[in-house]
Design a protein around this ligand. Structure first.
Ligand code: SAM
Length: 271
């Protein structure tokens, strides 16, 4: 069977995802699939393609099938149970890059490192930066270590398993960053099956959804230098409530919307 026959097989999986899957199996870049349309594929590859296609049709995430996904123009390993990097999170990275000049020697801390896509991107964009990062899940910390080695920043990323600020007690930072879980518990049941594979601990923020920020707001002040700041990804409708929470704890806070016009990032400073 030829590549073009595989690609033409009717499926409810989008053409783009089928191209990505084929590129992965053929070990080429996605743009090169169309140069190989006349290539014959082995029986094994045909079977693997069909097996993968069935999984995708059942809602299994393409990213977990591929074992990798792109964030900010770079490729990161991904694994079930750890959040797949999202394009929306690039805005959080951009806001921090705007505030940390390219040659500044700064030290940052990320809570909930996941794949490591945020910290590793910041380290690659800012060569004098040092990052500390933690995650409740050991699996995430191991994955972030793998990604840090892949991108050769392992000597500037200090990782620990731990809860929120516990692994960095007594330290102060130029900034603290996080893309925490922020979905309310009641929405869990309605999430697509594939999204649930990213794990409750990655996604669910508590009954209200914003419990992480309430805890964070009470503690972050102790971990920021006088001119330090924090930057957090937030849910599309959480801007107002979070501005109030941070203002009550003595911070200036500003909400930024994403390209779809939804609340997406909050930045804050000590007053
Ligand atoms: C939404 S995911 C973000 C992952 C990654 N930073 C990203 O943006 O792709 C949230 C991560 O925070 C971790 N997490 C949740 N609560 C935490 C806590 N209290 N302390 C440390 N990590 C936590 C989860 O295990 C998960 O990996």
């Amino acid at each position: 069977m030829k590549v073009q026959e595989l690609l033409k097989r009717p499926s409810k999986v989008s053409l783009r995802d089928r191209e990505l899957l084929l590129a992965h199996l053929l070990k080429v870049k996605v743009g090169e699939v169309y140069l190989l349309l006349d290539r014959h594929v082995s029986k094994e590859m045909e079977e693997e393609y069909m097996r993968s296609l069935s999984l995708l049709e059942e809602g299994y995430p393409l990213q977990y099938l591929l074992g990798e996904w792109d964030f900010y123009g770079r490729t990161f390993r991904v694994e079930e149970g750890v959040l797949i990097p999202r394009p929306e999170t690039e805005l959080l990275v951009e806001k921090v890059l705007e505030k940390v000049p390219p040659n500044k020697e700064a030290v940052g801390f990320e809570i909930g490192v996941g794949t490591g896509c945020i910290s590793i991107t910041l380290l690659l964009e800012r060569p004098k930066l040092i990052m500390y990062a933690d995650d409740l899940q050991e699996k995430a910390v191991h994955l972030a270590e793998t990604n840090a080695r892949l991108h050769k920043v392992e000597d500037r990323l200090f990782l620990k398993v731990g809860d929120m600020f516990e692994p960095v007690k007594g330290m102060v930072f130029d900034f603290v960053i996080s893309n925490p879980p922020y979905i309310p518990q009641k929405e869990w049941a309605g999430l697509p099956k594939g999204v649930k594979l990213e794990g409750k601990v990655s996604l669910i923020g508590g009954e209200k959804g914003y419990e992480f920020y309430e805890r964070f707001a009470k503690e972050v002040g102790k971990f920021l230098k006088e001119d330090g700041f924090f930057a957090l990804e937030i849910g599309h409708d959480q801007g107002k409530i979070l501005e109030d929470i941070f203002s009550q704890e003595g911070f200036f806070a500003q909400v930024y919307k994403d390209y779809a016009g939804q609340d997406r990032v909050i930045l804050g400073w000590k007053r």
